[in-house]
Design a protein around this ligand. Structure first.
Ligand SMILES: [Zn+2]
Length: 345
């Protein structure tokens, strides 16, 4: 089954590449490549090859690798779920240790009161986002600190001789710092930025009936050389993933709109008002004077509502790039096999 899972993953990446070519995505198409074993190795089990102890605090791997028994650390209680709800068990190696992820077949739904509010969010470097009501959410203070730390560690790495032990050590150090900073990891409690972003996303979803965001191509943005920007992009990307996740749980539509002209057009009369990046206020001949980001937020909300009214009835998924949430992947993978099983029975 572990081999099967690997084959499925490989096939999925080949398929994704062809799909990206077919729809002619801008930028890289994601040509399949092998993962670097030393940094991001993973192994997946379905229903066999592992065994949970009676109290569900230990996991034993029973396949040919003889890895043995491990104590499980973490904040989630596995007793909450039935054993047959566990569809996948994934062992992942991260820079600071080994993690086991349980993919659980469980539909989470939450009730939410209608608030009568719609919101459009504009992201920026100076603030985490500005909404269509003009409220600004500051970047959390630890962003700056992280930036400094990453800079120092990557400088140290570049000074070490290639192939030396010290280089390996420096690389591991940098890897661990990156885990904290770029939000790659999934364990919420120890990953403070993901934690912050997740809570912020939940707050936004809970207090609105519709959320409009820019459809930014984050996959290309993260490779930016400007460190402050790349950190911000990573956080924004994660924020977007959480927004969509909470949106589906609370039944709040999250609409991604084309980011073109959102900052140039006037939100009150629609006229194009050209401005440079440094120009922070939007002043239009119609008499509309707004903060630049506030104006953009309004435009984003307006074009989302327009989009909604024209495509009503056509359900369109607007998710760009890849998502780290195993939930979305799981449903994709599980559906065909489940149907098959039912048919044969
Ligand atoms: Zn105007």
């Amino acid at each position: 089954m572990a081999r099967q899972a690997h084959a499925e993953k490989a096939w999925a990446s080949v398929e994704r590449f062809y799909h990206n070519c077919a729809i002619k995505t801008t930028g890289k198409k994601g040509y399949p490549k092998f993962k670097k074993e030393e940094t991001r190795a993973s192994l997946e089990y379905k229903t066999c090859g592992y065994k949970l102890s009676e109290d569900r605090k230990f996991i034993t791997f029973t396949d040919g690798f003889k890895a043995g028994t491990f104590k499980l650390w973490g904040s989630r209680d596995l007793h909450y779920y039935q054993l047959d709800q566990i569809k996948r068990v994934r062992v992942v190696r991260r820079a600071d240790g080994y993690y086991v992820q349980f993919c659980i077949d469980h539909t989470r739904e939450e009730k939410k009161e209608l608030t009568g509010k719609n919101i459009g969010l504009d992201v920026g470097l100076t603030h985490f986002y500005t909404d269509s009501d003009g409220n600004k959410i500051e970047n959390p203070r630890f962003l700056r600190k992280d930036e400094k730390k990453l800079k120092r560690l990557s400088r140290q790495l570049s000074k070490k001789k290639k192939g030396s032990k010290n280089r390996t050590k420096a690389r591991n150090k940098l890897g661990r710092a990156h885990l904290k900073v770029t939000l790659r990891a999934d364990l919420r409690s120890t990953r403070r930025r993901n934690d912050w972003v997740c809570k912020e996303a939940q707050r936004v979803i809970q207090s609105n009936d519709l959320v409009a965001v820019e459809n930014l191509q984050v996959r290309n943005m993260v490779k930016n050389h400007n460190l402050a920007k790349s950190i911000n992009d990573a956080a924004w990307y994660k924020f977007r993933v959480w927004l969509e996740y909470f949106g589906s749980i609370y039944g709040v539509p999250v609409i991604a709109v084309n980011p073109q002209y959102t900052s140039q057009n006037c939100s009150s009369c629609g006229q194009v008002v050209k401005k440079s990046l440094s120009q922070r206020t939007h002043t239009c001949s119609c008499g509309c004077t707004l903060d630049r980001d506030h104006n953009a937020g309004k435009n984003i909300l307006q074009s989302a509502l327009k989009h909604l009214s024209t495509t009503l009835g056509h359900k369109e998924s607007n998710v760009s790039g890849e998502t780290d949430l195993c939930l979305t992947r799981e449903t994709e993978l599980d559906k065909p096999t489940r149907r098959k099983r039912k048919a044969s029975a």
